[in-house]
Design a protein around this ligand. Structure first.
Ligand code: SF4
Length: 109
């Protein structure tokens, strides 16, 4: 019973998605979650790439062909290549200074 009352009260106090108020009506600041837990490590070495570009369109991004075609472990040519997760590369990372636009569709390899 108490849990339900508390839930209704919390729903009442939440006015919008951006603002939440405490018991006394004071707004509570919600820290923004970082969108990417880890940044592109190549940016630290080569600097920022073109604005708005991601690694997805770069010629240096590739994945080794595996038996299971659904398994794609993306790697960047400019990083040390291993077979471990530590060097997996995210296609959504912002491009680094060595970005070279891919002109053809990529099929792995
Ligand atoms: S932009 Fe290209 S070279 Fe730079 S990190 Fe991404 S895949 Fe590697």
């Amino acid at each position: 019973m108490l849990g339900r009352k508390l839930l209704v009260l919390c729903a009442f106090m939440k006015v919008s998605n951006e603002m939440i108020f405490d018991w006394f009506g004071n707004p509570i600041e919600i820290p923004q979650q970082p969108t990417q837990a880890e940044p592109n490590p190549c940016i630290a070495v080569y600097g920022n790439g073109p604005e708005g570009q991601t690694c997805k369109g770069c010629v240096h991004l590739r994945y080794p062909i595996r038996r299971n075609p659904k398994q794609k472990f993306w790697k960047c040519d400019l990083r040390k290549l291993t077979h471990g997760r530590a060097t997996d590369h995210r296609v959504s990372w912002p491009a680094c200074g060595r970005y070279e636009a891919r002109t053809e569709e990529y099929h792995g390899g």
